[in-house]
Design a protein around this ligand. Structure first.
Ligand code: SF4
Ligand code: SF4
Length: 378
């Protein structure tokens, strides 16, 4: 029986897992072994980008080598690559042609805007030089369908989906952070393909879970539970950034597993929620976002989600990594950490859980920041 495929916008169908090539870019031997294993595991969809170092050219070379050995998916490879927003139409055309050359193809199935994170990026794609570039690429038969990846706000992603100019999107969708799941549902309903970005790493370092998370999910592995949750929700495909062929073993096992959750899986997910609530008690943040907007642009739900995970599931290493990245990753992540709070109290009456938000922010900062130096308030 052939491996399962899901619809992906108006393009060819894709496997439940997508090989992300970001981490297999050190040598042709590494890329070859990972791409070959992906094929043997039933994967037909590979995702790459010019921003991933040598990944595109190594991928093009690896696929050519495998083709010559008669190793390819039964329905051929589907390739997704990306282009950064903001480039001029002239430059973008040059970049796109160079991309095709590196990948050794005359056309790629899916081209995504890489990081449609701020309103200017959306304007670029819909009305600016990006729009001109994308129209040209389609008219020349260089690309199949157009999509975007985004780390941006809920409303920006919603606007991009509503524009009906995109056929697929790549979003942060996680078992332990379901804030963007409604957007995925809207996109799927609109016929778009939806790819989950990094469910393992950005989903809570699930390749190295805490003992608490292992215990709560047992007998199911946390990463397997996270994958199964997303697949059962109808997410088209999940990215998996393999470094070695062995990294694909779980994908090989789950390559046809997009059925509804079993009773055991649902029970394990309920235990995750219960663990969070039991440990955080009256300080649990339900992620409703009703406290927003904050006049000082403090990303309250994001910071309190990291607190939820650090305390509720002992995912402190993950929470610390994400917290200390705030303000250091441009438009790819939050700009302000808890220090931006000026204790104005505006958020307090809006919180249905009656959380003392400024106090929790202060505590979270002390708990998660690298090298805390001094008290920040009062
Ligand atoms: S108390 Fe702090 S977090 Fe709440 S609205 Fe005021 S500045 Fe924002
Ligand atoms: S309103 Fe309260 S529960 Fe909701 S996200 Fe904000 S802090 Fe969390």
């Amino acid at each position: 029986m052939n491996p399962q495929r899901n619809s992906f916008g108006i393009g060819p169908k894709v496997s439940l897992f997508t090989l992300g090539t970001m981490r297999a870019n050190e040598s042709i031997e590494q890329m070859y072994s990972v791409v070959k294993e992906a094929c043997l595991a039933g994967i037909n969809h590979v995702e790459t980008a010019p921003a991933y170092g040598l990944a595109e050219s190594l991928l093009g070379e690896a696929i050519t080598m495998l083709d010559s050995e008669g190793i390819s998916p039964f329905d051929k490879w589907v390739i997704t690559s990306k282009i950064l927003p903001g480039v001029s139409s002239k430059n973008g055309k040059r970049q796109l042609l160079a991309m095709l050359k590196r990948l050794r193809v005359s056309k790629i199935h899916n081209l995504a805007i890489h990081g449609l994170n701020i309103p200017e990026h959306l304007s670029w794609a819909l009305n600016g030089e990006g729009s001109e570039l994308l129209k040209w690429a389609k008219s020349q038969g260089l690309i199949g369908q157009i999509g975007f990846s985004s780390h941006g706000s809920f409303s920006l992603i919603e606007e991009a989906i509503d524009s009906k100019k995109f056929d697929f999107c790549s979003l942060h969708l996680h078992l332990l952070d379901q804030t963007r799941m409604p957007l995925a549902k809207i996109a799927l309903k609109a016929g778009m393909g939806v790819m989950a970005i990094s469910p393992a790493d950005k989903g809570g370092h699930l390749h190295t879970p805490s003992q608490t998370l292992i215990k709560v999910c047992s007998p199911i592995e946390p990463l397997e539970l996270a994958y199964r949750f997303l697949l059962s929700q109808g997410i088209s495909t999940l990215t998996l950034g393999a470094y070695r062929p062995e990294d694909l073993s779980l994908a090989r096992r789950l390559v046809n597993e997009n059925k509804s959750l079993s009773q055991a899986e649902q029970t394990a997910i309920n235990r995750v929620t219960k663990s969070l609530k039991d440990r955080l008690r009256e300080t649990f943040c339900g992620q409703c976002t009703k406290c927003l907007p904050c006049p000082k642009a403090v990303p309250i739900p994001t910071i309190l989600r990291l607190r939820n995970l650090a305390i509720g599931l002992d995912l402190k290493t993950f929470s610390k990594e994400r917290y200390n990245l705030i303000g250091k990753a441009g438009h790819w992540w939050e700009k302000n950490d808890a220090r931006a709070c000026e204790n104005c109290g505006e958020c307090l009456p809006k919180c249905p859980n009656k959380l003392n938000i400024p106090k929790l922010l202060e505590e979270t900062h002390i708990q998660l920041v690298d090298n805390p130096r001094r008290r920040l308030w009062g």
